[in-house]
Design a binder for this molecule. Structure first.
Ligand code: PAF
Length: 268
């Protein structure tokens, strides 16, 4: 497995692979990899990628001033081992300094799908996500990139960015991976105490057969969680919908203690 830290070196290598006719998959991550991330790497393999590039970068630009950028868990050695195990062929570990050169002043802003849900609660978050993902696309020259459905709004925004900025690649969205208990896998689950992990189960439970956003809010509040939002939206446009029905997506963001967790369900 190749290991890159320099953006230019990754870009040169990826371009050479593309010119040699190889199919490249990019799996963008912020590291502290868990089975959810491994499933993205495996999805890339199943889709026939010759080279699977995993980026591991806690992107400072997508964190608000009072969020957990400093505290976000990091473990480069474990990430490297997990990438190897899952079948990645290259790993990219840039630093904030080599991703954002002095006086970096160009950002990518999606202006519609990012206005609600997490975008409304985390100002600037999706601007940071779109900017780093656009940079990664330019560096890795992927034929396709794999994102997880857990970050549902993010996946829709990236698809829109690809469409609107004419990136020549496909976006693959892989299903949510859950603990046996139902809790959606997340690097932030490491913040949870045993008691909080129990409380957090209300989130996936409430999405099993969701009846109304009000009923979900009640269930989460009764379990001791602090609801940030529970919303039902059109699964593609993310416009608010009154009724939970086919073609909609129900999304939850809730605080379990100090940890903000997200989850969702697309109604098929
Ligand atoms: O989903 C994430 O882990 C991040 O938002 C991403 C896509 C790697 C961009 O930093």
């Amino acid at each position: 497995m190749k290991i890159f830290t320099e953006p230019k070196k990754l870009q040169k290598w990826c371009l050479a692979q593309r010119l040699a006719g190889k199919k490249i998959a990019l799996v963008p991550t912020m590291g502290y990899l868990h089975e959810g991330h491994m499933s993205l790497i495996k999805a890339a393999k199943r889709k026939g990628a010759d080279e699977i590039v995993v980026s591991v970068f806690v992107n400072p630009v997508q964190f608000g001033p009072n969020e957990d950028y400093e505290k976000y868990p990091r473990d480069a050695a474990a990430d490297e081992a997990k990438c190897r195990e899952a079948g990645a062929t290259a790993i990219f570990f840039p630093t904030p300094e080599n991703m954002y050169l002095d006086a970096h002043s160009v950002y990518v802003n999606e202006e519609k799908l990012s206005t609600g849900l997490c975008g409304a609660r985390r100002p600037g978050h999706f601007r940071g996500v779109c900017t780093v993902v656009a940079k990664l696309f330019n560096l890795a020259h992927p034929n396709f990139a794999v994102f997880g459905q857990k970050d549902y709004q993010q996946a829709q925004i990236i698809k829109r960015m690809v469409r609107d900025l004419n990136f020549d690649l496909d976006i693959v969205v892989a299903p949510i991976v859950r603990e046996k208990s139902g809790l959606a896998k997340s690097s932030r689950n490491t913040y949870l105490s045993e008691k909080e992990k129990e409380m957090a189960l209300a989130i996936s439970r409430s999405l099993k057969a969701p009846k109304s956003t009000a009923a979900i809010t009640k269930e989460l509040t009764e379990a001791g969680l602090k609801v940030d939002y529970v919303e039902c939206v059109d699964a593609t446009t993310l416009e608010p919908k009154k009724k939970i029905e086919k073609g909609t997506c129900v999304l939850i963001a809730a605080y379990c203690g100090k940890t903000r967790l997200i989850d969702n369900k697309v109604i098929k």
